[in-house]
Design a protein around this ligand. Structure first.
Ligand SMILES: Cc1ncc(COP(=O)(O)O)c(C=O)c1O
Length: 341
């Protein structure tokens, strides 16, 4: 049985959060003399600590009530908060399946939490039979699942098996879900009180520079995030940038359609090159490709001003290619064709 109180670090349960000036007064005043701000200027006031307007807009788009939404300084902030809220440093553990997004390991190391890294199968799925016994470890508090997975691009098919068989927190990182036809697990928050779904405005929404990440979870878990986060974690500028892209959903849909068509063209073009050994199926805005000599090809492209992500050390022989503009993708293919390898 899942019990949130048993999963949260005792110091976090007991924590009295910082109450900012703007937490204490709600409404509109004629003189704001409470927060030691400079009264002149346009960015002179602290922003809304709980981003209510942004959450209302997100709620409309995602179909999730605002009490179940956290907005972070990138989803990287939410990843770090998970360790800080749920794992006692030097004692409790987390688990993920590799190859996957590197920040789970970095964040675990920063928080002095042991991260067990279980290899995915040859087709980058969870080996459920091997994984289930590991979930019985009573010091294991967090499992990170990335779906679609970075850098492999595929959806993980057994996320719900993990959710059903683990009494700790399961974080499902859906940074790339907007490029997939698979529906978000956020639809199942009521069914799974131990679920945290991460999404971001950095990928399909085109807002990587603004640093706006999202977490969807039960109201109790979201309250813990709000308690531990820095009071004003989203700047007014970033909040406004987020509102503006969310108001322009149609434009984002058009860009997504271009990227998905480009993804199909790029895969087709790559499959005809002699350097290509294998193209992995993808549900994201990138594709993992096994090539004849990853390091040489990567370096030759760098010399010509084209930067891919060399994943040779974590998936042997593989390069990860982000889908760019039609011009960038064509340039990549013509350059690859011209290389004398
Ligand atoms: C799987 C995954 N999660 C999270 C992130 C980080 O997202 P954000 O920009 O919201 O911090 C990335 C960025 O590459 C990612 O690949």
């Amino acid at each position: 049985m899942f019990s949130l109180e048993k999963i949260v670090r005792p110091n976090i349960l007991a924590l009295k959060p910082y109450r900012s000036a703007r937490d204490e007064f709600k409404g509109t005043a004629t003189a704001y003399l409470d927060a030691n701000e400079n009264p002149f200027g346009t960015l002179n006031r602290y922003p809304d600590p709980l981003q209510k307007q942004l959450k209302n807009k997100l709620s409309q788009i995602k179909g999730i009530v605002t009490e179940n939404i956290f907005v972070g300084n990138g989803s990287d902030e939410a990843i770090d908060l998970c360790f800080r809220i749920f794992c006692e440093p030097g004692k409790e553990k987390a688990l993920t399946f590799t190859p996957t997004y590197g920040m789970y390991k970095v964040s675990a190391d920063i928080n002095n939490v042991d991260l067990t890294e279980v290899p995915l199968t040859a087709d980058f799925q969870i080996d459920v039979k091997d994984a289930l016994p590991l979930l019985k470890d009573e010091n294991l508090k967090l499992v990170f699942l990335c779906s679609p997975n970075n850098p492999t691009g595929n959806i993980l098919t057994d996320v719900e098996v993990i959710l059903q068989n683990f009494s700790g927190i399961v974080v499902v990182d859906e940074a790339y879900i907007d490029f997939s036809e698979t529906t978000s697990l956020s639809e199942k928050l009521v069914q799974y009180p131990n679920l945290i779904v991460l999404q971001t405005l950095s990928k399909a929404w085109g807002l990587a520079a603004a640093r706006v990440g999202l977490a969807f979870a039960s109201g109790e878990i979201i309250s813990l995030f709000n308690k531990v986060k820095p009071p004003y974690n989203i700047s007014k500028l970033n909040n406004e940038a987020a509102l503006s892209v969310l108001e322009n959903q149609e434009k984002i849909e058009q860009q997504k359609a271009i990227l998905l068509a480009e993804r199909a063209t790029l895969i087709d073009d790559l499959s005809q090159l002699p350097i290509t050994k294998k193209i992995y199926p993808t549900d994201a805005n990138f594709v993992l490709v096994e090539v004849t000599d990853a390091d040489t090809i990567y370096n030759a492209l760098v010399e010509r001003g084209i930067i891919l992500r060399n994943r040779n050390t974590i998936v042997p022989g593989c390069l990860r290619i982000t889908i760019g503009t039609p011009e960038e993708n064509t340039l990549l293919i013509t350059t690859l064709k011209s290389l004398q390898l």
